[in-house]
Design a protein around this ligand. Structure first.
Ligand SMILES: Nc1ncnc2c1ncn2[C@@H]1O[C@H](COP(=O)(O)OP(=O)(O)OP(=O)(O)O)[C@@H](O)[C@H]1O
Ligand SMILES: [Mg+2]
Length: 250
């Protein structure tokens, strides 16, 4: 990762050729009702920041769950960072989540009885990484995200925006090929939401591939370089666009 200062503040992410997500003709049907996903194909390249919009019930969370290997399609294939996610066993799927993707949720999902530093160190511990290397990585991330002064604090003492920064640091610990975020600003006040928006924008400007599900149009416009809209499990709009607000303009 380059330093925050090293970012040139431009709104154009470095998008390269290799697909991080390759979803082909994916359907998800339940016993009753219309399909949650219906013949959906999507390719996301390295360096893209993709926002997924769409009305309630349109299949956004279902799509995210397929990509995270938390659910399986009834048709089609899901390949992420070269891994056929739809074919993984439960154990292999858990390992895939730990090794290849980072996840950020609306309500942070931090462990309140661990310090900020220990929360960030968790994924490395699960990988069995050596402790000093992991501490260096955690310290680098806490510095990058501007929360190193809270390393010894417990999450309950932090603001919502700070907690979400800790969650992002934890998600980035194992250098994921893909950062998934489900309504990352959904539980935040306006100021904290703007902070997290800027953080995701900076991360993408530094090369992190991001997929975020959101109802927050301003998040999609300011952070994403591409937006898709889902309706009834199908993609009805797919547009690449410059960010509305650049890091330089903050
Ligand atoms: N376990 C399930 N069994 C049956 N139907 C389901 C199940 N999970 C989701 N669905 C249906 O699949 C469709 C898509 O749901 P999904 O949760 O992906 O929507 P969403 O776009 O994330 O909505 P929201 O914006 O409200 O979070 C909905 O019609 C939902 O009722
Ligand atoms: Mg949802």
């Amino acid at each position: 990762m380059t330093s925050r200062q090293g970012s040139d503040g431009s709104s154009s992410a470095r998008v390269s050729g290799s697909p991080v997500i390759d979803i082909r003709d994916v359907g998800k049907r339940y016993d009753e009702g219309p399909p949650a996903l219906d013949g959906l194909s999507l390719e996301v390249r390295q360096g893209e920041a993709l926002a997924v919009l769409g009305p309630s019930g349109s299949g956004k969370s279902t799509l995210l769950n397929m990509i995270a290997g938390l659910d399986r399609p009834t048709e089609g294939s899901v390949t992420v960072a070269g891994v056929r996610v739809d074919e993984l066993s439960e154990t292999a799927s858990a390992r895939y989540r730990r090794d290849r993707i980072g996840m950020v949720f609306q309500f942070f999902n931090l462990l309140d009885d661990l310090t900020v530093l220990d929360n960030v160190l968790l994924p490395a511990q699960l990988l069995g990484q050596d402790r000093s290397g992991a501490r260096d990585r955690a310290a680098e991330l806490l510095g990058y995200l501007g929360i190193n002064r809270h390393a010894a604090a417990y999450p309950g003492r932090l603001s919502g925006g700070e907690r979400q920064r800790v969650a992002v640091a934890r998600a980035l610990m194992n250098r994921p090929a893909l950062l998934l975020a489900d309504e990352p600003t959904g539980a935040l006040d306006t100021a904290s939401g703007a902070e997290v928006r800027q953080l995701l924008t900076d991360l993408n400007a530094d090369g992190q591939t991001i997929l975020l599900v959101t109802h927050d149009l301003s998040l999609a416009e300011s952070c994403a370089t591409r937006t898709i809209e889902l309706v009834d499990g199908r993609i009805t709009r797919d547009s690449r666009h410059p960010r509305a607000e650049t890091a330089a303009g903050r």
